[in-house]
Write a protein that binds this ligand. Structure first.
Ligand code: MRU
Length: 338
């Protein structure tokens, strides 16, 4: 039985698998049409896959990266200098998500003390995988307490199974736990331009688990709230600062503003970064204009225009009704600084 088979009872969607020789990534750019795994043999290939969104979502990129480091340690026969260089490359692929850099630093600390780097890095990566699954289940359990049967819940981007180890991330896990408790939830999903994580990925996984779901365009959020179609919002977070400010997929802030206006609870679940005091300190990833300009292989705007494409935004803590973590549900005032 391989390490990943141990989780079979949990029905993981398996965005990231490590075979001991290769990192297998479910190619998220091909979903929902094609369910195909990329087979990556070295850390450079993993870094490229993260950068080009073959794997994406805070938890999943973290796991891909730590297994990328396992390949680096194996291929270099435990060479620390190479491991550190690869760690730096991986950290720079997607700067906003807290879990990625936290996990890479954790692996490096273990490698520095190790007498068998290749073996210990693999073990540490597997440990992080197990911890991620446990976190998803706990977040699901804690978050499910905030929802009632019949709730219509809006979510943005994909912070579900494909954005973590595969149980349900920090959103689908909540819906799975609600179902276990007999609470029927209907999920409204924004399409999430330009990568369409909502339309392609969140709906793919919600359908896999048979949830009632509706796709809306990003700019229909205000309309749906105004018409009383949304009871609660649940979004993931790539990084939550000590004061409760939230970095998540661009558009999250606008949803929070609209939720406040309509007195709709706005819930966030994700990774806390106690070292980041406020949202001002969070580095926002600016991605390539091509991702906005090209749709389905076709250019959609005139040539020679300026494009500004921040991939994330910051929602100030005053818009956040509660923060869900593996340790519980936190209400304002937030202070995760320790
Ligand atoms: O650019 P992406 O697709 O990696 O962005 C992902 C998100 O914004 C998710 O909502 C986020 O990773 C939350 S997962 C804890």
């Amino acid at each position: 039985m391989s390490f990943h088979d141990k989780f079979d009872d949990l029905k993981l969607l398996k965005p990231v698998i490590f075979t001991g020789k290769e990192v297998l990534l479910l190619d998220q750019t091909k979903l929902p049409e094609t369910e195909k795994y990329l087979k990556l043999k070295n850390c450079g290939e993993v870094a490229k896959a993260i950068k080009t969104m073959k794997v994406r979502g805070g938890g999943a990129i973290m796991l891909a990266a730590v297994y990328g480091l396992a390949l680096s340690a194996i291929n270099s026969k435990g060479n620390l200098k190479i491991l550190k260089k690869d760690a730096e490359i991986l950290k720079n692929t997607r700067p906003t998500a807290a879990a990625l850099s936290q996990a890479i630093d954790f692996i490096l600390r273990i490698a520095e003390k190790s007498s068998n780097v290749a073996e210990d890095v693999q073990q540490a990566a597997n440990w992080l995988f197990k911890k991620t699954v446990e976190m998803e289940i706990k977040v699901g359990e804690n978050g499910s307490k905030l929802f009632e049967g019949g709730d219509k819940v809006l979510t943005h981007c994909n912070a579900g199974a494909l954005a973590a180890a595969g149980y349900g991330g920090v959103t689908l896990s909540v819906f799975r736990k609600c179902r276990e408790k007999g609470k029927k939830i209907k999920v409204f999903v924004t399409e999430t331009r330009p990568y369409l994580q909502g339309a392609r990925l969140t709906l793919w996984e919600l359908k896999k688990f048979g949830f009632d779901a509706v796709l809306i365009t990003d700019n229909a959020v205000g309309y749906c709230m105004q018409k009383g179609m949304i009871d609660k919002v649940l979004v993931g977070a790539d990084r939550i600062a000590a004061n409760g400010d939230v970095a998540n997929k661009v558009g999250t802030y606008l949803i929070a503003l609209a939720a406040k206006k309509h007195k709709i609870p706005f819930y966030v679940s994700g990774t806390i970064d106690p070292k980041t005091k406020t949202g001002d300190e969070i580095k926002i990833e600016i991605r390539s204009p091509e991702e906005v300009l090209i749709f389905n292989g076709k250019r959609i705007a005139p040539k020679n225009i300026e494009v500004f494409y921040p991939a994330f935004d910051i929602t100030p803590h005053e818009y956040v009704t509660a923060i869900i973590t593996k340790d519980g549900v936190f209400k304002p005032p937030y202070n995760f600084g320790g």
